[in-house]
Every structure is written in structure tokens, then in C-alpha cells.
Design a protein around this ligand. Structure first.
Ligand code: SAH
Ligand code: SF4
Length: 350
């Protein structure tokens, strides 16, 4: 299997070269691309408009589906479904579908585990296992698209907010962005994609220079170096100042506002002092803050802030003209916090 080509790893231009190597024209590569991304087809034998010798090459030399569904769990309100998908090596990752009216959103993972070690995060508590390939990231988007297509619905947004740090797996994450935004395929607009990162300044600058206009969400969680270093250990490597400078660069280059994520932890980062520090820290940025009460995990003692303290926090941000939204974690009853389904299932497997 490892020697086979994973078709979802290939951009349209790479697919055209691959198909040319096999002796077929661009016309056939485009037909294949159509079958993959418009037809959402998996098995070559179901694909239309391809020559039979090309089909047998596809059957013997390539793969499409490498992830298999291991568990599926739906939130009580029916709006969120979480899928645990197993890779070819038996490692599992989480993909989430949130369906609200017409705003169907896929939340995809970019790594098995994560090396960043944020103390409140179930994925961080697991440690780093491996990067996902571009194909494995694209496959999650296609998986969700097929689930929606069965119900006559279509995917609208993709968030890179599942397990893992997308900018630590930069090449695969960006290759996946390019494939899912290709206008001859799934054609998702850049503005429909949000990448959430713990904040790696050099990677944020690189992304800005490469000109993809995707939304950037930065997981801040604290607005002083001392506090952030406790919650988000990589802050010891790249300071808040460096991070915010790179965010400013991204915002100016792409003409976009930046989203900042803040998991409200009672008595920890929901204090008036932190709110004032945040207001000051973001004063020269076009920013929007998402305040999300902590989703408790087994490996961390903290608890979620009350709605009343979230509102107090928000009031202080208003003094700084800093827009914010208090977000309920969607699908809280199904462990929809980052990495928590896998944690729970593995508890049962041991
Ligand atoms: N690694 C990236 C994306 C995956 S985490 C990042 O950190 O941004 C997606 C979001 O979930 C991040 O904002 C992260 O801080 C947040 N998160 C992780 N665990 C959480 C928890 N237990 N409660 C609330 N938010 C959490
Ligand atoms: Fe990794 Fe994001 Fe979890 Fe931090 S919050 S450990 S960066 S997945």
C-alpha cells in the first residue's frame, strides 16, 4: 500500500503530470479530477469517462480511501457529528461535522497527537505521534462532503481545528488547502477556510507571503508571557510580542482581521487583569476574540468560567473597542473538544 500513489495527495497539476506519465492527455486527468472532487467517487470502477487501461492503472497503482470509520457519535442536539477515523497504520484521528442551517462545516485534523503540549488540551496531553499527509487531510474533507451529499447538502466551510498543529505540518496542511480550494474541484473559497494555530510566527509570515487568503485563528488564551507560558508551553520559545507581530504582518498582507481563540478557565485567565492585558495587546490589530469556556479534560484540573464571568471579561474588551463573541462549545455532550473522542474511545479499548 505504501508504494501506491494516494490520489488525494496530488494537486491538479501533479495529477496532470502523473496521468501524462502514464501516457494520457490532460483531458483524462481533468476527467479523473472531476470524478474525485465533483463526483466524490472513491472506486475507479465507478468513475465515468476514463479509458479502461487507465482504470486498471488506478486500481493497481493508486489508492483513494485510506481512512476507515471506527466510531461515529452524534450530539444530543443533532447538530454535531464526530467521526473517529483510522489511518492505514491503525492510528486514529477525529473529524467533526457541524451542521447548522446552511453553514455545514468540517473540522479536520492535521496530525495524530500534537507536540505543542498545551496543558488543557486532550491532544496535547497525548503527545506527538505523526503528521497526516495532505491526502489524509483532503480525505477527511471528502468524507464529510459525502456524508452531506447523502442528505442533499453541501459543505460550506472547513476549519483546521481538529487534532494537531497545522503549522507544524505546514507542507501537508497547505497542500490540502490548495486541493480543496481548487476551482475545478471542491472549489471552496479561501474565505471559507479557517486555520487555527497555536501561533508559530515564522510559519504565519510564510503563509502571508504565499498569498493564500484563508482566515487565521490564533489560540492565544493569555495576554502576558508569564500566564501564556503556563498554558501554552511553546510561548517560551516564541514570545507573545513575536507572535502578535507576525499576526499584524498576516493581517496587513492579506487585508484580513485575525481571530483570537481564548478558552476561558475559571480563576486562571478570566480575570479583569487578563482582559485589560488582552485589550492592550491587540490594540494595533484588526482582531476578533472568540471566548470559549474550557471543555474539561482528564489531564487538567481547570474548570470552565461561568457565563457571568465571560460577560464581565467581554465588557472590559468593549472598553478597548475589541470585538468578541462568547461561543458555546458545540457538541459538548459528545466530547467535541479537541482530541477528546479518541481519548474516550481508547479508554474503552484498554
Ligand atoms: N493546534 C491548533 C488547532 C487545534 S486545537 C490550535 O491550537 O489552535 C483547536 C482549538 O481548540 C484551539 O483554539 C485550542 O486551544 C482549543 N482547545 C483545545 N483543548 C481545549 C479545551 N479543553 N477546551 C477549550 N478549548 C480547547
Ligand atoms: Fe496542539 Fe492545539 Fe492542542 Fe495546543 S491546543 S496541544 S497546539 S492541538
Amino acid at each position: 500500500m505504501s508504494k501506491r500513489i494516494h490520489l488525494y495527495d496530488l494537486s491538479r497539476s501533479s495529477l496532470i503530470s502523473q496521468v501524462a506519465d502514464w501516457g494520457y492527455s490532460e483531458f483524462y486527468a481533468n476527467q479523473l479530477w472531476d470524478n474525485l472532487y465533483k463526483g466524490l467517487l472513491i472506486a475507479p470502477d465507478e468513475m465515468l469517462g476514463l479509458k479502461s487501461e487507465l482504470l486498471s492503472r488506478l486500481n493497481y497503482e493508486t489508492v483513494t480511501e485510506t481512512l476507515t470509520l471506527k466510531a461515529e457519535i452524534r450530539s444530543r442536539d443533532g447538530h454535531t457529528t464526530k467521526y473517529l477515523l483510522n489511518g492505514h497504520d491503525g492510528q486514529s484521528i477525529e473529524t467533526v461535522l457541524m451542521h447548522y442551517e446552511n453553514r455545514n462545516t468540517a473540522c479536520v485534523s492535521t496530525q495524530v497527537g500534537c507536540a505543542m503540549g498545551c496543558v488543557f488540551c486532550a491532544t496535547g496531553q497525548m503527545g506527538y505521534v505523526r503528521h497526516l499527509s495532505a491526502g489524509e487531510i483532503v480525505e477527511q474533507v471528502l468524507f464529510v462532503s459525502r456524508e452531506l451529499a447523502r442528505k442533499g447538502a453541501a459543505l460550506r466551510n472547513v476549519v483546521f481545528m481538529g487534532m494537531g498543529e497545522p503549522l507544524h505540518n505546514y507542507e501537508s496542511s497547505m497542500a490540502a488547502v490548495d486541493i480543496i480550494t481548487d476551482d475545478k474541484g471542491l472549489g471552496l473559497g479561501h474565505r471559507r477556510i479557517t486555520l487555527s494555530t497555536v501561533g508559530i510566527p515564522a510559519a504565519i509570515r510564510r503563509m502571508a507571503d504565499e498569498g493564500r487568503q484563508i482566515n487565521l485563528a490564533v489560540s492565544l488564551h493569555a495576554a502576558t508571557d508569564a500566564e501564556r507560558s503556563l498554558l501554552v508551553p511553546i510561548n517560551r520559545r516564541w514570545t507573545l510580542g513575536e507572535l502578535l507581530e507576525s499576526c499584524r504582518y498576516y493581517s496587513l498582507k492579506t487585508d484580513r482581521r485575525i481571530f483570537f481563540e481564548w478558552a476561558l478557565i475559571q480563576g486562571e485567565n478570566d480575570t479583569p487583569e487578563q482582559a485589560h492585558s488582552l485589550g492592550k495587546a491587540l490594540s494595533n490589530l484588526r482582531a476578533h476574540v472568540n471566548l470559549i469556556p474550557l471543555n474539561p479534560t482528564d489531564g487538567y484540573d481547570g474548570s470552565a468560567s461561568s457565563l457571568a464571568s465571560a460577560r464581565e471579561f467581554q465588557k472590559i474588551l468593549i472598553e478597548y473597542q475589541l470585538p468578541s463573541t462568547i461561543r458555546q462549545r458545540r457538541g459538548i455532550d459528545i466530547d467535541a473538544g479537541c482530541g477528546q473522542l479518541r481519548q474516550r474511545i481508547e479508554l474503552f479499548n484498554n
